[in-house]
Design a protein around this ligand. Sequence first.
Ligand SMILES: *[C@@H]1O[C@H](CO)[C@@H](O)[C@H](O)[C@H]1NC(C)=O
Ligand SMILES: *[C@@H]1O[C@H](CO)[C@@H](O)[C@H](O)[C@H]1NC(C)=O
Ligand SMILES: *[C@@H]1O[C@H](CO)[C@@H](O)[C@H](O)[C@H]1NC(C)=O
Ligand SMILES: *[C@@H]1O[C@H](CO)[C@@H](O)[C@H](O)[C@H]1NC(C)=O
Ligand SMILES: *[C@@H]1O[C@H](CO)[C@@H](O)[C@H](O)[C@H]1NC(C)=O
Ligand SMILES: *[C@@H]1O[C@H](CO)[C@@H](O)[C@H](O)[C@H]1NC(C)=O
Ligand SMILES: *[C@@H]1O[C@H](CO)[C@@H](O)[C@H](O)[C@H]1NC(C)=O
Ligand SMILES: *[C@@H]1O[C@H](CO)[C@@H](O)[C@H](O)[C@H]1NC(C)=O
Ligand SMILES: *[C@@H]1O[C@H](CO)[C@@H](O)[C@H](O)[C@H]1NC(C)=O
Ligand SMILES: *[C@@H]1O[C@H](CO)[C@@H](O)[C@H](O)[C@H]1NC(C)=O
Length: 781
Amino acid sequence: MAANYATVNNSQTSPYGSGDPYYNESTGYVTPQHPPVKKTSSWIKFGIPVAIVVIVGVVVGAVLGTRAANKNASESAAGSSAAATSAIGAKNNLGIFPTGTDSLYMLPLYPATTNTAAFTTPTFVSTNNANYAWPQDPFQPSNPNPTQVRSDRPRLIAPSYKWAVLPQLIANDPYMASWNNSIFGNASTYNALPPVAYYLDGGNGILDVARQIKQRVKAFSYVYRMTNDTKWVDRTWTELQNAAGNLTGGWGPDNSTKWNPSHFLDTAELTAAYAIAYDWLYDQWTSDQKASIIWTMIEYGLNNGVTCYSSNDPLYYGWWTNNTMGNWNCVCNNGLTMGALAILGDDTSGIAQQLLGMTVSNAVQNCALAPSSDGTWSETSDYWYFGTTGHVELSASLLSATGSSYDLLDVNPGLNLSSLFHMYGTGPGSLFNYGDTGPNKFTATANGLFFYGGYYNQPAYQLFQRDQADAPDPWTMFWYDPTVTGAFWDGLALDHFFNNNTDQWGSMRSSWTDENALFVAMKAGTLQGHQTHNDLDCGDFVMDALGTRWFGELGDGDYLSYGYFESDAQDSPRWLYYRKRTEGQNTILVGGENQNVLAAPTIQYDSSGTTQGSSTVFNVPSGSNAYFIGDLASAYFNVTSFSRGIRLLNSRTQVLLQDEINAQASVMWRAHTNATVSIGNNGLAATLTIDTRTLQVDLLNAPSGAQFSTMDAVRLSTDPPTPSGSPDQPNPGVTVLVISLPAGTYTLEVLMTPQWPGVSSTSYVTPSSVPLSQWSLTSHP
Ligand SMILES: *[C@@H]1O[C@H](CO)[C@@H](O)[C@H](O)[C@H]1NC(C)=O
Ligand SMILES: *[C@@H]1O[C@H](CO)[C@@H](O)[C@H](O)[C@H]1NC(C)=O
Ligand SMILES: *[C@@H]1O[C@H](CO)[C@@H](O)[C@H](O)[C@H]1NC(C)=O
Ligand SMILES: *[C@@H]1O[C@H](CO)[C@@H](O)[C@H](O)[C@H]1NC(C)=O
Ligand SMILES: *[C@@H]1O[C@H](CO)[C@@H](O)[C@H](O)[C@H]1NC(C)=O
Ligand SMILES: *[C@@H]1O[C@H](CO)[C@@H](O)[C@H](O)[C@H]1NC(C)=O
Ligand SMILES: *[C@@H]1O[C@H](CO)[C@@H](O)[C@H](O)[C@H]1NC(C)=O
Ligand SMILES: *[C@@H]1O[C@H](CO)[C@@H](O)[C@H](O)[C@H]1NC(C)=O
Ligand SMILES: *[C@@H]1O[C@H](CO)[C@@H](O)[C@H](O)[C@H]1NC(C)=O
Ligand SMILES: *[C@@H]1O[C@H](CO)[C@@H](O)[C@H](O)[C@H]1NC(C)=O
């Protein structure tokens, strides 16, 4: 059967249930939950950023030079309001830290200093001083209801009382000043471009263009409100007319499917863009313009939203309303809700009211349950961005417009902890980016941390995010609490373990502020129930040190590949692609076969509980230690027993990875690296180099026949073919470090020793062999 949305075959095997028109039997293609990535890696190889070092020097100089005047400012803050404002004012002297350009996620570079005057316990300082703090929202309804909105505009995210004090706050906070400046710069950049062109991409639909339009509308509307210059209103109007198909040349189909409701994320993001424009520029629109915006939003957005919720949804636009605890539910409900809130009262059709009766409760039952109880996002660490952006826009819009976020922020303790999930998943090199890594981000950021930090009273979340490259954003201007002071790392544990059975994983590091820090993360968890975005990857790990990633992930495959999203069953075509197969992960492969999708691992872990102090220079105390062990036998078909443990050694300067396995089929230890690998010591040692940096890898107490070798990061010759000739994605520059053994019982102990500058070889340890069952915090140096 050819792809035909109008013809529904009820016997298809689609993951979204029977009658799913997005499943194409001839190609095996299921409309992806998320569109394909056009990779535009911002990774710049190491060894370059001389300029950054210089900037750090300048900042540190400035910090040290002005520090004396603010000595202990934060510490004495609790007492008087004068002290409070001085603590907040200390930020002005510190300035902001340069954001790294040397890592994929543009991580910040913290000044190396032991002078800790402003680096203290994360706190929101109590003050009413309008130069430093948001006033109370005057709108405090006693019985909030999603259909009863505040009387003033804007309603969404940023009510007028916040705009009124914004200039003062910007004048007194270097972060807000820099973000404001960036948003103005971004708006000028967009202004110089033609309206966003219509582009329908196979699986991505029009999501990229929808998010670009939303990004522009946010920036234009923000700058208008900060300047009163109506050229920004006119420019917004041009973008809205463009997306309505009203400019010369049109834009998309000339009917109700203009906003591509078959891939509803697109419809939702365009509806959100219209909502922001309508609400933030409300006073500037003529009544004709308002009528046009409402008509267009209803015709292309909200009407299709009602279809999603109706039993008469023959094309199944609304599969995401049903039992979908993932980012789709958050993004789609958010767009519809923002649209409805924006026009409520002006809408004479009743549709806004009708939708608000459906979206909010649906999001509480789906979107809000997307994180596990421990905070791990159900899909992947990268999809966390899309999901939390939708969840926070939704919560924040309801809160500002109606005085409550209902149960959206409280129904699941994991929503608060999802900020920790992101913080602990961020290594000094990159995210622990297991599974699919998703589409272009545009409006999806980590700025939910500002909102969550305020709502859950966790200043550390805000402090973590404010130094990040994606912080400049109109939302940030209203979610950031300028009374926040201190350092997120002060008192923050170096290790954290997430132990919901669906997503067991551990994160261990040697510092929060050193871009060269050691970082290890390893996962177990179940292999189903992740919105089909995961890999068959129990035991998979990443490792960063010396400012680079040594063992890492390959990311997503081509979302348009045959059967890529068909299901997470054992026989799904998804599991025929190298990047999704067990052999494409940093774990053990048994019999050359994929792991068992019914895996139910158990884990053990412990940590010395070491926390970093206020200084950015952290010397790890001796005996500071952590380990994570997974019993992964259930993830394999041909093993009697298998446990994998990973631990930090020698004051967190070395790593030991230990596998104890009894297998009835061949055993292959595999780890993917961008490094150049050279094998020595009769195959018992591997030297990995990236630029001028070196990681020494030793196989200790090697069982007979065990030695390192290398392979290309391509499918094994014994693998079944990819489906319908869909190719694997190439993995250029990646080498697989391998230990290959026949069936048998083995203990494999792999010691990883980054060659730290200035550290003599005698300072490194070679641990003696300790069975995993006897691992403890003191079992190793
Ligand atoms: C925001 O940034 C723009 C561009 O740099 C600047 O002109 C404007 O004065 C800033 N706003 C405030 C309140 O400082
Ligand atoms: C927005 O401005 C910032 C700061 O100038 C810049 O780094 C960023 O790339 C801009 N974003 C876009 C989408 O232009
Ligand atoms: C813009 O106009 C508003 C309302 O008249 C006024 O309160 C605000 O001060 C003006 N802002 C600027 C930057 O002129
Ligand atoms: C809308 O227009 C497109 C493109 O012209 C067409 O393929 C589609 O069938 C139309 N849909 C409806 C519901 O009329
Ligand atoms: C676009 O044109 C249509 C048809 O004339 C009209 O109904 C709609 O209001 C217009 N929308 C905008 C945003 O200009
Ligand atoms: C909702 O999803 C469940 C499976 O999760 C399925 O059994 C049910 O039929 C779906 N309901 C609708 C209305 O599609
Ligand atoms: C795991 O998280 C889910 C929510 O996603 C929760 O329902 C479940 O109880 C949690 N399980 C455990 C063992 O904590
Ligand atoms: C949020 O999580 C933190 C742990 O990071 C905890 O200390 C705090 O009590 C939680 N707050 C709420 C409101 O659940
Ligand atoms: C190789 O480096 C890229 C960054 O350019 C990173 O995304 C990827 O995960 C690394 N691959 C491995 C196998 O470490
Ligand atoms: C592994 O187990 C599966 C399922 O029991 C079996 O079909 C397969 O032949 C075994 N593989 C090896 C290499 O023993």
